[in-house]
Design a protein around this ligand. Structure first.
Ligand code: HPA
Ligand code: ZN
Length: 324
């Protein structure tokens, strides 16, 4: 199974680039920019990664991101992840980034976009890596700040075809962002949103009906609402499920309790993704392997989910057909 997981050409559709910051690079950049962190070595960082919920993770994730300062830092971050894609046979990836995590610290769009796109172009040239960028709004901030972010991104829309919504879910429902998502749609952008990770099924309904999303990130709490499951199946709405993330953030107490295979059996278009691999203890292949070990994921189920990754991607139809 491990060999098949490695050998299959795969997609990754739910990945935060800031969540790929490995402890060693974090320490290196903290020294480079004299950013004070409460860690002195890799072991201390790893020990701190014991989360009880989404917020306890986000606190460390934003702290970690504070070491990213100049264009080369953003290049290195993206480059390291794209090398992982090559290593794990991820032939197409759709990568989220959080502009507000950086602009709030005085880092310009120009700085991170130049670093990201230079790495993406190098990987495309060197081994044909296919990548798209998803610009995510931080939902714990106001909608006006999301609108300001969309406006600031306008000179870079050649490189950004998709917007998303992430950060603290509870208390920040999709409806809070209906206007900015409408503006993004009017600019011709595709839309995704985190919904139903910690938040209730109602947030998934809102993402569908008020934000008109093309894909749901996480969405595992959809299983609490049979009518919603029926709708997701009818719409062929992809869910980007992140198993190791869900257990690390205690969405499920144990991988054995994860509902991804129940959703698959109900014909929901589920995909497997790594979310924030350096914080959650595994990249994409490790997520598939964890499902095999805990839930007995079979070869047929693996192939079905990998195919869902291409179906649920934003690749042009001819590229999807090629991989399917
Ligand atoms: N949920 C919400 N916000 C995030 C996540 C997540 O899983 N990862 C990074 N930002
Ligand atoms: Zn996420």
């Amino acid at each position: 199974m491990e060999k098949l997981i490695q050998a299959l050409p795969k997609t990754e559709l739910h990945l935060h680039i800031e969540g790929t910051l490995e402890p060693s690079l974090m320490l290196e950049l903290s020294r480079k920019h004299k950013v004070n962190l409460p860690y002195t070595n890799v072991e201390e960082i790893q020990k701190a990664y014991n989360f009880e919920d989404l917020q306890s993770f986000l606190d460390l994730y934003y702290l970690g991101a504070s070491v990213l300062v100049d264009e080369d830092d953003f290049y290195q971050l993206m480059w390291q992840y794209l090398l992982k894609c090559k290593e794990q046979n991820i032939v197409h990836t759709e990568i989220m980034f959080d502009p507000q995590t950086h602009t709030l610290r005085g880092i310009t769009f120009e700085t991170f976009m130049t670093g990201f796109t230079r790495a993406i172009e190098d990987a495309k040239q060197q081994w044909g890596q296919s990548s798209l960028l998803i610009m995510s709004f931080l939902r714990h901030l106001s909608e006006q700040e999301a609108i300001d972010t969309l406006n600031a991104a306008k000179p870079f829309l050649k490189h950004i075809k998709i917007v998303g919504l992430d950060s603290s879910e509870l208390g920040n429902p999709p409806e809070k962002f209906a206007t900015v998502f409408k503006q993004a749609k009017d600019l011709g952008l595709l839309c995704v949103a985190h919904a139903g990770e910690e938040g209730p099924a109602e947030y998934i309904w809102q993402a569908l009906n008020l934000l008109h999303v093309d894909r749901i990130d996480h969405g595992v709490r959809s299983s609490e609402d049979p009518k919603l499951i029926e709708t997701l199946v009818k719409l062929k709405m992809p869910l980007t499920v992140c198993p190791l993330s869900n257990t690390k953030l205690c969405v499920f107490d144990d991988m054995k309790q994860h509902n991804i295979l129940d959703l698959l059996n109900q014909d929901v278009l589920v995909t497997v993704n790594s979310d924030d691999p350096s914080y959650f203890g595994g990249y994409l292949n490790e997520n598939y392997l964890a499902l095999h070990e805990a839930l007995g994921l079979t070869q047929d189920q693996l192939i079905a989910i990998v195919k869902n990754g291409f179906t649920g991607s934003f690749l042009p139809a001819k590229d999807k057909q090629y991989w399917l």
